[in-house]
Design a protein around this ligand. Structure first.
Ligand code: NAP
Length: 393
């Protein structure tokens, strides 16, 4: 399976891939002075390939201090391939520090390509003093805000794919804040047993329910598992899982039988714990006029207690008015008790002028998120509507 997943070009953040190796008791390391080697040569080579696919590699300052990593792409062939693809030979190396307490002698600063330090207002002066000649230092304000960091990496450094290699504090925050698109976990057959050893994920609030297992693979005596988060975000700020589900809705739209008189739309209903409750697309089955959200909601039990906490993902904003049925989709969503909708594309005037499904939903207290980075994907199956306002030309 390809490891080269990506977000749309216009996404505000990079695709964030967390990568770690752990012992059977979930430790990232032991407490000895040397770094604990959890993987073998074949798994290190796999990690090297993932590094080579990334625009940037990030580790926390704690890992710099504990492991003194170089964080390079070791394979000359992979570096040559990056250059051939117009990428820098080495990915940008990134670290985060609140204190600015960085060792200027660390190997991180003296190997590979460009380096970047994200810090706070408090840590900036010290970081500049210690390693200012070796790296760019960016202060993100009184606190280090991960969304601001990811937005800066995307907007200012062009990073589309970020590989995060720990440690515990960094992985924990990114997963808890719904910012991880994917987790690569290599489980090694050894047990550390030391209560003071660092654990991959610290205590705190994580997504409810289960992550999606995308792949499992044996690599010598290590098992690689790849997971994706599944639980929708809880408020107005989209999470990585929100983006994944909206992409699924957009992909469902491609299944619609084409029509000259209606849009092709896909929809998914997802419970708060990440369980998919139902999916649908326009004109599915034998119903030539059914809408995607209507088709999906019809597959849920009307008394399903998960609906009030669920999110509806729809490639096109739910309709506010329609001739083919008594109730528009915005109304059906409200009647089902759903209070959160994520969509890619506001409805253009193609068939209904000034349709405002978002207004209907928000007017009744529901939350609507529009993620315009998926608009092109949502429009793609509607290309057969040439010359219609809002349809792609
Ligand atoms: N097995 C593996 O795959 C793997 C991979 C990587 C690391 N590790 C292990 O993980 C351990 C290190 O983990 P760790 O949790 O101690 O360190 P870490 O996550 O690498 O770094 C934590 C440090 O990063 C900075 N930081 C993180 N979040 C911040 C925020 N929101 N605001 C400001 N600064 C922030 C702080 O630096 P300052 O203290 O400078 O303020 C903090 O102390 C080591 O034992 C290492 O061997 C294992």
């Amino acid at each position: 399976m390809s490891t080269e997943r990506a977000l749309p070009e216009s996404a505000p953040y990079p695709y964030v891939l967390l990568s770690a190796a752990v012992s059977l008791d979930g430790c990232l390391d032991d407490t000895g002075p040397e770094r604990l080697l959890l993987s073998g040569p074949a798994d290190f080579d796999r990690v090297d390939a993932v590094r080579a696919s990334a625009d940037a590699l990030l580790v926390g300052a704690g890992t710099l201090r504990a492991d003194n990593p170089r964080l390079l792409v070791a394979s000359a062939e992979r570096r040559a391939d990056r250059l051939a693809r117009g990428m820098p030979e080495y990915p940008l190396k990134v670290t985060v520090t609140g204190t600015g307490d960085l060792d200027p002698g660390a190997r991180f600063w003296h190997t590979g390509g460009d380096k970047l330090v994200y810090t706070t207002d408090r840590g900036a002066a010290k970081a500049v003093r210690l390693i200012g000649g070796a790296a760019d230092v960016v202060a993100l304000g009184p606190e280090l805000d991960w969304r601001a960091l990811l937005g800066h990496l995307r907007a200012e450094r062009g990073v589309r794919r970020l590989m995060v290699e720990g440690g515990a504090a960094v992985h924990t925050q990114l997963l808890q804040q719904g910012l991880a698109d994917e987790l690569h976990l290599a489980v090694a057959p050894l047990i550390v047993g030391d209560p003071a050893a660092p654990r991959l994920f610290g205590p705190g609030r994580y997504q409810e329910g289960r992550l999606r297992l995308v792949e499992s693979r044996r690599i010598e005596d290590v098992v690689l598992m790849r997971y994706e988060p599944t639980a929708p975000g809880a408020g107005p700020v989209p999470t990585a899982a929100d983006r994944h589900w909206l992409r699924t809705a957009c992909e469902l739209a491609a299944l619609c039988p084409p029509s000259e008189t209606a849009f092709s739309v896909g929809a998914v209903v997802v419970a708060a714990d990440g369980t998919e409750l139902a999916r649908g697309h326009s004109r599915e089955g034998a119903d030539p006029v059914v809408h995607a959200e209507e088709a999906a909601l019809a597959k849920t039990g009307p008394a399903d207690p998960r609906l009030p906490g669920a999110t509806v993902y729809s490639s096109l904003e739910p309709c506010a008015r329609r001739a083919s049925r008594p109730a528009p989709c915005a109304e059906l969503i409200l009647r089902a008790g759903v209070r959160r909708v994520v969509t890619a594309w506001r409805e253009p005037d193609t068939f209904v002028v000034a349709a405002d499904g978002t207004g209907v939903l928000t007017g009744a207290g529901a939350e609507v998120l529009v993620l315009p980075e998926y608009e092109a994907l949502a429009k793609a199956p509607n290309r057969h509507l040439p010359g219609r306002s809002g349809a792609p030309s």
